[in-house]
Design a protein around this ligand. Structure first.
Ligand code: ARG
Length: 551
């Protein structure tokens, strides 16, 4: 179904043959939307803006949707939906399986690469952000009817495993008895050992060769390390309530056997060239080359991502690639995408987008660290949040804080602020949702509310109070907001929308008694509470936040 805004846009665009430049009205008394297109057209045509505006007003057929259009100032067109059109749009939304979210006409196979923690390292705040943001984007794209293929590109391959396996053998540890914490501790001992003992370093390097050659004992220990980390990641995913499962794991190691072909093919295509013993790609307008194969013959992070692109298009049939990875890797992805396009592995019809994001800062404005100066682990962060709120509320606080800031902004991890039940926070939205639920429960107990009221032909006839009208208008913007998040990949837009909805809801409560109103008005108001409850629940679900009925 098409949203009220879409209908308005189409009517204007059809009549004008150009973008009507609709904007939300600056103030409610001006109406709901405003178009300034007359100013642009008048300028192009050398005419008076007010004359052009008058012409547009006469031309566009909006009798069934809007109050008569009015012209203000130099030629602004003010647009106000009729109460009947608003109610009809909301009614249709409530009876739509997707709550009005437009289903794409061209369903894609969208690969979303997110979370991607590293084996034998603790999940850090960056992995946390990727997990939360990526999960939200996956949910939004699915809600639009796309097939989302989650790819958890965990760091399960690389030279560090030579050192780790060697350390295990030297210490005589049974790898199967490790857990995430003890494997992290082992990593630190291995690093120190590597730095101070040349014989060990040499053995670790040989161990890398053995790992690559598939030596059974080396592989067994390596696999045990992965299993230990995987269990830790899964615990975190369950705790966070994200969609990721073992089926989504597609770690760096699975591309290992494909790397030589990546190098050979790039060389054969002339995209990569030998440079001081290494195989590199000189990316247009970039001083630093992308390294496909190091001079020692080893492959790195970039080669793996190139192999992953071939796999994602060739085997997974991706029509869009999304990478949710911290902003510092922007350059890496720029180079990888450029190379893949140059090689013809990534056709222009398949967009590849790096969704970067900023850092989480401590209260001192510096990178978030523990008091001992270590990076903050996911568990400690969530534990801390749960000191001040129940688990569902703590999780909502942490996730919402992450999603509600525009992606590129660094933000301060401020538990008091993010767990507050007022203001633009996850818990506030959970409370708004529970409050709507509570009213409906109460009304149901008193015999005023039943879901069967939705079987009627529409809202009971009647005018709308300003607070009701504002609430209905906001509810009808839900589909537009989801479409915007799908297009821009910016979850904070959905957060702002839901916050505005909760704010409109609370103004409505203040100004419009629900249970004490006379029957027809009461029914309308209960239907609004029902709509708010459903849109908040659905919106929070798209953010990956649970919406409890009671709090
Ligand atoms: N493991 C990497 C890190 O922790 C992130 C991987 C992101 N995904 C990718 N395809 N490169 O920095």
């Amino acid at each position: 179904m098409s949203s009220l805004y879409d209908q308005l846009y189409d009517r204007f665009a059809t009549a004008l043959g150009t973008d009507p430049e609709l904007r939300p009205a600056g103030r409610p008394e001006f109406g709901h939307y405003q178009s300034n297109v007359a100013l642009r057209l008048a300028n192009e045509q050398g005419r008076k803006p007010r004359d052009v505006a008058a012409e547009i007003v006469a031309q566009v057929d909006l009798a069934d949707l809007c109050e008569p259009l009015s012209i203000a100032g130099p030629g602004f067109i003010n647009i106000r939906f009729t109460p009947a059109a608003l109610q009809a749009a909301l009614w249709a939304q409530l009876h739509d399986a997707a709550l009005g979210i437009a289903q794409t006409a061209t369903p894609g196979r969208v690969v979303v690469d997110y979370s991607a923690p590293n084996v034998a390292k603790p999940m850090h705040v960056g992995n946390l952000r990727s997990t939360i943001i990526g999960d939200c984007l996956a949910r939004v794209l699915m809600s639009q009817g796309h097939t989302v293929i989650r790819q958890n590109h965990i760091g399960d391959w690389g030279t560090q495993f030579g050192m780790l396996v060697e350390q295990i053998l030297v210490e005589g540890v049974d790898a199967a008895t490790l857990d995430l914490d003890s494997s992290v501790a082992l990593y630190k001992r291995a690093q120190a050992h590597f730095a101070e003992d040349e014989a060990f370093a040499e053995a670790a390097r040989r161990r890398v060769v053995a790992l690559q050659a598939g030596d059974p004992e080396t592989r067994r220990i390596w696999q045990a390390l992965i299993d230990v980390s995987k269990a830790g990641f899964n615990r975190a995913y369950r705790r966070l309530g994200v969609l990721l499962t073992d089926d989504d794991l597609a770690g760096e190691s699975i591309y290992n056997s494909l790397l030589p072909a990546v190098a050979e093919d790039l060389a054969a295509l002339g995209v990569a060239v030998e440079d001081q013993g290494a195989l590199v790609v000189f990316v247009d307008g970039d001083d630093a080359p992308l390294i496909v194969r190091k001079s020692d013959g080893g492959f790195g992070y970039a080669a793996t991502d190139l192999a992953a692109i071939r796999y994602r298009l060739g085997t997974l049939g991706a029509t869009r690639l999304i990478y949710v990875v911290g902003a510092p890797q922007a350059h890496h992805f720029q180079q990888v995408f450029w190379t893949a396009r140059k090689a013809g592995w990534l056709p222009a019809s398949v967009p590849a987008e790096h969704v970067g994001f900023g850092s989480v800062l401590g209260p001192d404005g510096k990178m978030f660290k523990t008091r001992e100066g270590k990076a903050v682990s996911l568990d400690s962060l969530l534990d801390e949040a749960e000191q001040v709120a129940a688990p569902d509320v703590a999780m909502a606080a942490v996730k919402y804080a992450d999603l509600s800031n525009s992606l590129h902004k660094d933000y301060v991890f401020d538990l008091d602020r993010m767990t507050a039940t007022t203001g633009n926070t996850g818990p506030y939205l959970q409370y708004a949702h529970a409050r709507a639920h509570q009213i409906l429960r109460k009304a149901e107990a008193e015999g005023y509310w039943s879901p069967a009221l939705l079987d009627a032909a529409g809202f009971p006839a009647g005018s709308l109070e300003p607070a009701e009208e504002a609430l209905v208008l906001q509810l009808t913007k839900f589909p537009d907001t989801v479409a915007e998040v799908g297009a821009t990949l910016q979850p904070h837009r959905l957060c702002s929308y839901l916050f505005d909805l909760a704010t409109a809801m609370s103004a409505f409560y203040e100004q419009c008694p629900v249970l004490k109103a006379e029957p027809a008005v009461r029914t309308t108001r209960l239907l609004l509470c029902h709509a708010v409850q459903r849109v908040l629940a659905q919106g929070l679900d798209l953010l990956g936040i649970v919406a409890p009925d009671r709090m």
